[in-house]
Design a protein around this ligand. Structure first.
Ligand code: TRP
Length: 377
């Protein structure tokens, strides 16, 4: 194979570039998932050959719960569809329905170093959590911890650990699995939030390594996708950091009106500006950032001006913010409730999705086996 197959990627439908992304099945989707990923998925569905999946195997690295797993998969699926993903236009599937991914994950692991995996920020973060090691003052943000002294501690604890707390190997090889999710489709674009950039960088590295080891330009290099600019970071309601499931500072798409209003009204604020044109503190800036995402420019300007001239009342700001969030989430919530109960529809969607995904995946796997020298008698 001397030519880059990806150049005329036969897996693309209608000559469109391939988009691939997924979300782990570990709980309901929140506004961070919505603005960081899901809303981009929806915007891309007309112009690209999009494949969106529910990462249930990835969920097992941290949430191995046989009672909840299937429910969690159904939640994400219903949320995908409720947010506007069209199962006819897109390939929507469940990761474990495509066994080719698991096989290629085994093969790809032969080209991945345990050192580079151990240095991955999300691994160090999750390993610390698994071992119950506190991450100090910079706690909370995935991938934010970069402390050499700490790192040495963590490597020793992982290897020498005698307790029943352990860091499972699935967590270590998480980036391999994610790379395979992407490469098995020869994806061109991978719309993900900022926290996934490092995983995407590893994906490109593994692709290059595979190509150079087998001396064939087989895989292309997928890139993130942002509409006109940088990745959005959606802040939480607790005054600092991003919105995240484990931070307990989330607004969920499934939140009912009362719950949502209550959460917004309880958001952390400060004492208020004492003099005109005061600098904006982080908690207030976070509320403005949320407003930027959900409110009209006029509304945002109104409250920014009110802050600048000290007439702002945070209660009013929050009321308006809650109102504008609800305009987006309530219609989605209604659809989630509808779809979530329609087992027949959900199973039709994933059956069709798996079929399409497997078509691409089995071709890639066949070629990868061939390149690696695994041949049939
Ligand atoms: N790691 C991603 C997350 O935690 C989920 C994911 C798994 C993913 N495989 C992927 C995202 C492939 C994009 C492409 O959000």
């Amino acid at each position: 194979m001397s030519e880059n197959i990806n150049a005329g990627n036969p897996r693309r439908r209608d000559g469109k570039k391939v988009v691939l992304s997924g979300i782990r099945a570990t709980g309901n989707l929140h506004l961070g998932n919505y603005f960081g990923a899901l809303s981009k998925f929806v915007r891309m569905q007309d112009d690209y050959d999009c494949r969106y999946f529910v990462a249930d195997l990835h969920a097992l690295t941290t949430h191995p719960d046989p009672k909840m797993l299937h429910e969690n998969v159904k939640d994400i699926l219903a949320e995908y569809l409720a947010a506007g993903l069209d199962p006819e236009k897109n390939t929507i599937y469940v990761q474990s329905d495509v066994p080719e991914i698991s096989e290629m994950y085994l093969l790809m692991n032969m080209h991945v170093g345990i050192g580079e995996l151990m240095r991955t920020a999300s691994f160090k973060d999750k390993a610390r959590k698994a071992l119950g090691i506190s991450t100090g003052p910079s706690n909370g943000q995935e991938g934010s911890v970069e402390n050499e002294a700490d790192d040495e501690g963590i490597e020793k604890q992982i290897i020498g650990n005698q307790t029943n707390q352990r860091v499972n190997a699935g967590l270590l090889t998480y980036p391999t699995l994610m790379a395979v999710d992407i490469l098995i489709h020869h994806a061109d674009f991978v719309p993900v939030g900022k926290d996934q950039e490092q995983h995407l960088e590893l994906t490109r590295r593994f692709a290059r390594r595979f190509n150079s080891f087998y001396k064939t330009p087989y895989f292309g290099e997928p890139v993130n996708f942002n509409f006109g600019g940088h990745a959005v970071k959606v802040p939480g309601l607790d005054g600092s950091g991003k919105m995240g499931k484990s931070e307990g500072n989330c607004i969920y798409l499934i939140d009912d009106e009362k719950t949502l209003r209550k959460k917004v009204m309880r958001a952390v604020t400060d004492e208020g500006p004492k003099e005109p044109n005061s600098p904006v503190s982080e908690p207030i800036n976070n509320l403005f950032t949320l407003m930027e995402l959900v409110s009209t420019p006029d509304t945002l300007e109104h409250f920014r001006n009110a802050y600048a001239d000290c007439s702002i009342r945070y209660g009013d700001l929050k009321k308006q913010l809650a109102e504008d969030i609800l305009k987006i989430t309530l219609p989605i919530r209604e659809r989630i409730l509808d779809i979530r109960n329609n087992d027949e529809y959900l199973s039709r969607v994933v059956r069709q999705g798996a079929e399409r995904a497997r078509e691409a995946a089995s071709q890639t796997l066949r070629e990868v086996r061939e390149i690696m020298g695994i041949r049939k008698f």
